[in-house]
Design a protein around this ligand. Structure first.
Ligand code: GLA
Length: 718
């Protein structure tokens, strides 16, 4: 069934995405209006929207301000313009005329051209069957033969919200070691800008934003979600007009970042995704998770292996023997993928040298990486390797040979961050070198997995070669994407973890090209609950790496029981970052038991549907619940921050159960009524003390089992 319908005589289109519709109309003024975003409408129903009285033009107020899906600068519009240019004579007004549309079952292209200047614009929409997601991007083309046209801003999409009683903005902010902090606050009148000027997505904000009317909860209410699939500078501009109309405009670039379009040249923006969902913020997140699985990830059905990473164990003290000893112990506890982190190459004995020299350190690995890889494979594990290919230390053979390959400007100091510079991937020769170097590393060694890191933002960015514009920012990201795409095409078994000092480059653009994410360097179990809460607002658990590391935690000094560290890490793609050489037999044995348990429940966690119960940092009791796609199994990871004297431990009301069914706890054999688990909650046998946690696996009873037990269904604890 076509997902897009057209009412030709009204120049109106209805995009139907799952249970929602997005309605577009070209007005008599040739501008593209968003007429509706929300519950599904048929074409006939959508056409009836034209009978509603339009906002009237009054002195100083223009009805199109704030309600255009394609919002070009010009005329008497003074709100945020998603498309801004400067023509050769200095004119900044666009006068776009609708020319035609192209329609397939799931794609709509609306074309416009300027009434005088040689510029065409295409607004391109794609609806994904079964998902509420609508993808939108823009192409801008110089169709003339003379002077260039400057594109000052080209947003991927401007999502227009319907009139709501009020507007609340949800987004994530953060910092290194504290990514994904969820912020939810009334949307101020005026313009609220979220974004990054760092050349990478950044730890500080993440390119998604959601709007609700202020009443949605985790479980109920309509949510309008938007995201941008881009890994460089970006901006989300939330605009609340005095008329109380609201739009979210998402695009690459933050601030002044212009592109000169030469005659015949075309600019294509990254994709922005918008989705309307009901079912609260939890429902919105589940729709995003499904979208990422179905349309973003390349290998969504693969279970991610349990990995070991050596970073927190060894730092830069890397040697063949120590890595082999760690690998022996990792295999003993059931790890499936052994990853050697930083410190294996060049003269990389600390963070001042070696980046750029991607050959094994001859003192540490005199016979190259093969002996270690053979050892790891011999233990039945896959082998992974840390790389940071976009960088050079001044103390490297690469930098000595090519000091001009880094991003820099004449007459400006070359800013070092973590002792390193960024290679200018925007230059084709440098990008080709990066690709060839990693390609060779992969061809020469049986590497199954790369942890692809990027540990500093860009500085001293200027024009690229002879082009006097700001294209370096976007060319950097485009060439990075090409490198990753080529490596993945040529090394089909390779899997990649996306890291940027933890979660500095987490976005849909990178998720197209990588399989999992290292969301934060912060491995403290308590902090991590909040980070994971923020991460899963948009991105699914099967992409969320999480390690069990040492207690006291190296970052926070906080002590946490091993089981709690496991329960936090088991909420995503489980990994271990402990110094296994320092673990005693009892710890190793417990780790083995916990990892074996994770492997049993992994399909549920990685491929199930996720429900967040409570908000870490706010509520004493929080949990994540995963439900199998056939709803027959459930796993709950529950965390009680602290107890209060005189109060019984709270029970945990679950979600998405059949109230008529009964559920058996796999470990204790206790049986519960679904209705009671929903209404009163799951009794939690938590260990004593603060920071208590548990993992409970429930199985729905089949009809033949129903007769064989005496149900309990209430909390038996005193
Ligand atoms: C970054 C990463 C860490 C680790 C170090 C190695 O900080 O986020 O996980 O790989 O680099 O230098």
């Amino acid at each position: 069934m076509p997902l897009i319908a057209h009412a030709r005589e009204h120049r109106l289109w209805v995009l139907t995405a799952a249970d929602s519709s997005y309605v577009l109309r070209v007005g008599d003024d040739d501008l593209l209006y968003s007429l509706h975003w929300g519950r599904a409408l048929t074409v006939e129903q959508a056409v009836s929207l034209l009978e509603y009285p339009p906002a009237r033009s009054r002195s100083c107020e223009v009805p199109s301000d704030g309600v255009l899906d394609l919002s070009p600068a010009g005329q008497a519009r003074y709100g945020h313009a998603g498309l801004q240019v400067r023509f050769a004579d200095g004119a900044r007004d666009l006068d776009l005329r609708y020319t035609r549309h192209r329609l397939t079952d799931d794609e709509l292209v609306l074309s416009f051209e300027d009434s005088f200047f040689p510029l065409t614009v295409e607004a391109i929409y794609r609806v994904r069957a079964g998902s509420p997601a609508i993808e939108r991007h823009l192409t801008v083309r110089h169709t003339g033969s003379e002077t260039p046209i400057e594109v000052v801003r080209a947003d991927s999409a401007t999502w227009v919200l319907p009139e709501l009683p009020d507007y609340r903005l949800s987004h994530a902010y953060g910092q290194w070691n504290g990514e994904g902090r969820l912020q939810r606050a009334p949307l101020a009148h005026g313009e609220t800008a979220l974004g990054s000027r760092r050349g990478v997505t950044s730890h500080h904000a993440n390119p998604w934003a959601m709007i609700d009317d202020g009443t949605a909860s985790e479980d109920q209410g309509a949510v309008y979600g938007t995201a941008l699939a881009w890994s460089g500078n970006w901006q989300i501009l939330a605009q609340r007009m005095p008329s109380d109309r609201v739009s979210l405009s998402l695009g690459s670039g933050h601030g002044a970042e212009s592109r000169l379009l030469e005659p015949g040249e075309e600019l294509s923006t990254p994709v922005s995704v918008g989705m309307y969902t009901e079912g609260g913020f939890g429902g919105a997140s589940r729709a995003w998770h499904e979208y990422v699985r179905a349309h973003v990830l390349k290998h969504p059905l693969e279970l991610r292996p349990v990995l070991y990473n050596s970073w927190e164990a060894t730092g830069f003290e890397v040697s063949l023997n120590a890595q082999m000893a760690l690998a022996d112990r990792a295999a003993q506890i059931g790890v499936e993928l052994f990853v050697m982190d930083d410190g294996w190459f060049g003269r990389r004995v600390d963070d001042t040298a070696g980046l750029g020299d991607w050959a094994p350190n001859p003192e540490r690995f005199p016979d190259g990486l093969r002996p270690l890889i053979k050892h790891v494979h011999g233990l039945g594990m896959k082998f992974g390797l840390w790389v940071e290919p976009e960088m050079a230390n001044p103390d490297s053979d690469l930098y000595r040979a090519h000091p001009d390959w880094i991003i820099h400007r004449p007459h400006r100091h070359r800013t070092r961050i973590r002792g390193q510079h960024v290679l200018n991937l925007a230059r084709p020769a440098v990008a080709a070198w990066v690709h060839a170097t990693i390609d060779r590393l992969l061809r020469d060694n049986e590497i199954d997995f790369l942890k692809w890191d990027m540990n500093r933002p860009l500085t001293e960015v200027g024009p690229l070669d002879e082009r006097a514009d700001d294209r370096l920012w976007s060319a950097y990201v485009e060439n990075l994407y090409t490198i990753l795409d080529r490596l993945r095409a040529d090394h089909r078994a390779l899997r990649i973890e996306n890291c940027s000092s933890g979660g500095g480059r987490v976005d849909l653009g990178m998720l197209v090209r990588t399989d999992q994410v290292w969301p934060s360097d912060n491995t403290d179990a308590v902090d991590r609950l909040e980070i994971q809460h923020g991460y899963t607002q948009v991105y699914p658990a099967q992409t969320m790496g999480a390690w069990i590391t040492a207690s006291p935690n190296p970052w926070t000094g906080r002590e946490s029981p091993l089981d709690q560290r496991f329960h936090v890490a088991a909420a995503g793609v489980l990994g271990v970052g402990l110094d296994l050489a320092a673990c005693d037999e009892a710890e190793l044995s417990r780790l083995g038991t916990l990892i074996a348990r994770y492997k049993v429940l992994r399909p549920l966690i990685q491929h199930g549907t996720q429900y967040r119960l409570g908000t870490p940092g706010r509520d004493a009791l929080t949990a994540v619940q995963y439900v199998a796609s056939d709803e027959s199994e459930i796993v709950v990871l529950a965390f009680l921050r602290s107890r209060r004297f005189g109060r019984a431990d709270p029970a945990l009301p679950l979600r998405a159960l059949d109230p008529r069914a009964r559920y058996r706890e796999a470990d204790s054999g206790r049986v519960h009524h679904g209705a009671v688990l929903l209404a009163r909650g799951l009794p939690l046998d938590l260990p004593t003390g603060d920071q208590a946690s548990t993992m409970i696996h429930l199985r729905r009873l089949g009809p033949d089992e129903e007769e064989q037990f005496a149900p309990i269904g209430v909390n038996p604890s005193p």
